[in-house]
Ligand binder design. Sequence first.
Ligand code: CDP
Ligand code: MG
Length: 833
Amino acid sequence: ISTLSRVNAYFEEYLSQKSRMRGSFSDLSFARSSSAGSLGTDEGLLEQSEPLVSSKTVPEKILWQRSVEMRDRQQAWQDSPDGRRMLEFRRSLPAYIQKEAILSVVSKNQVVIISGETGCGKTTQIPQFILESEVESVCGAACNIICTQPRRISAMSVSERIASERGEKLGESVGYKVRLEGMKGKDTHLLFCTTGILLRRLLADGNLKGVTHVIVDEIHERGMNEDFMLIILKELLPRRPELKLILMSATLDAELFSSYFDGAPAVKIPGFTYPVRTHFLEEILEMTDYRLTPYNQIDDYGQERMWKMNKQAPRKRKSQIASAVEDAIKSADFKDYNPQTQESLSCWNPDSIGFNLIEYILYHICENEKPGAVLVFMTGWDDISSLKEKLLTHTVLGDPNRVLLLTCHGSMGSSEQRLIFEEPEDGVRKIVLATNIAETSITINDVVFVLDCGKAKETSYDALNNTPCLLPTWISKVSAKQRRGRAGRVQPGECYHLYPRCVYDAFAEYQLPEILRTPLQSLCLQIKSLRLGSISDFLSRALQSPEILAVQNAIEYLKIIGALDENENLTILGRYLTMLPMEPKLGKMLILGAIFNCLDPILTVVAGLSVRDPFLTPLDKKDLAEAAKSQFCGAYSDHLALVSAYEGWKDAEMDMVGYEYCWKNFLSLQSMKAIDALRGEFICLLRDIGLIDSNATSCNSWSSDVNLIRAVICYGLYPGICSVVHNEKSFSLKTMEDGQVLLYSNSVNARETKIPYPWLVFNEKIKVNSVFLRDSTAVSDSVVLLFGGSLLKGDADNHLKMLGGYLEFFMEPTVAETYRSIRRELDDLIQSK
Ligand code: CDP
Ligand code: MG
């Protein structure tokens, strides 16, 4: 304990010295230097270093002149043939018809709630209405509209769309800002950004100086950030009486929001959609009549050709599908369906069994139905990629040249994105496999057929076991309706729900908001750093408050890792963590990496944990991919495997063979580049908060010390720790809370039969059926003893208690003895010095 206290004292002193050098924390300033701004850590239009366009900073006359110029430019565009066509399109949107009504409500009220069917023009038109009406008024150029989107991809695609509607380039009057990327110019008055970006801006300037309108889009999604931001915005409104807040959503419980904002008026844009014929599972089965004539329409020329290409008779394939579907339906007993437990439907997995069904319906549409794009809602990226693979290998859809198979998900690139909006050539059927991102935020214009698997991956949080889960769950009625609605945008459409009507009837009306179902640690830190008072009090003012137990767990975690002290105040470490826009554990690693002069690999570890897994395992080349991965293993650490893969790529980049390196080693080039960009961003952040000097090289003198790096990783991931229990042939893992846990099969440690360390620290545990650990690193006793838990004042006892708890729990005499001897050694050491 005395050794630990000395170490603690050292850390405390070190960090407080650094913070004294940096100046006071009281202004809560955040990463304002120009270096951070240019790399995208600060917020575009919102940058503090740049004077905002307002009547205070720019003389009124100049503002007026700019307004006139802007208006003239728009007029000229609208008089051009392209501009006229675009204006005509805009005027046809339901939102346009309500333009005057909307503007009048907005001008008369501080808060307005606007709802309307997806695709009616809320996102693209309403911010433009406000911009245009402000420009027409004398000081229009002083208006600054910020519109938040829950996902970066929609912020980017919407701003691009609006710019083209205005005949401008992106970055003129309309711009966007998402993490690591942005586009805006000196005349940008309408900025699309992610909710996270606006939140960070609120952290830097609680009054949103210079901003005239905040539009929060897609509030029906009820993400954690959005709910959190609404509490803050609600409390900001009285301080900024001229600030307007507009909440927009496709379908929402307008009353809930209206009463939260003291009876704010709600405008509903009457929508128009063509009728959509709905088929639940029962009807699909009847309609496709596979039982009666599984071989119909097979024997034409196209099928013959396909048979040759495939070496597998499509008729065989088709009957296989039919019987698999039949089996699936037999095994799932829908009649006794219990909506609470979802029991008796457990064997009905609309994705794995339903693949066959989806394939069958797609086949049916391609063969028999009128032209029009098909949108398939799947649970997640993994299902999308395996279905895509399946469709490509079976070519059950007919001539591959007549099918355009695309995917749509949150992490797709911008070129992939553009393809989705484009109309295919005549005679080509566009099929888009999408996650629920296509439900409300992305509108694919030409969709006529929708397939809905009925599930979506949802992060949830088991407060009792303190375990986050990522599980496919049934969607809500509102979501199902949204999905259905996508089919009726251009002409009457068809929607195939791949579940029976009784399952639909049991769906909840709305999805549970994220704040009620996920861990709250980062949120709690943010509340503290914004000085919003007691965490529980603040959260009790939310639209819907989270469970007390969940709040307590989060506070407890923050205490264990040393971000909060016993009185729930931010420690110095906690303050540093609030300035790093990442999970607390990753922030801790960066801080310690900087202190211990081994920043380089730690930057890679932290960046790697923030991007998609760079190790690829294509289904048909699994063995090759695993063999390639094994050259990076050997340190019993997924984190260190990533570091060595990244460093290999960096070397290859130097020799201009980065692409080949990734190809050969089954690594995602995109992830490597993202890691590279993030590393740069982190360096700027650390520089801005004063943890490293402007020449960051001095922080790398210990970068090749693998054991030190393990220690830093452990410092971040604790209390994510399990003990390794060896038996004759292999080993098993146990945590205190869950008992036996398993490793994800792609972990490097899952290939080992023996791990020569007593502990694994892990990044994440997820409950699927059993509890699985993702990304682990093996660590020794002494590392856990010195680096597990907080090393800041007051927590040493807590940490030892916890570790002692572990030892007692596992009753491992050898481990206990090692632990005791280390402590004896440490005490001796201290005596002798
Ligand atoms: O926000 P909301 O769902 O109400 O609709 P929106 O995103 O404003 O889109 C209005 C219309 O603009 C859509 O119906 C699409 O036809 C069109 N649009 C487009 O063609 N390309 C885009 N990238 C976005 C919208
Ligand atoms: Mg929208």
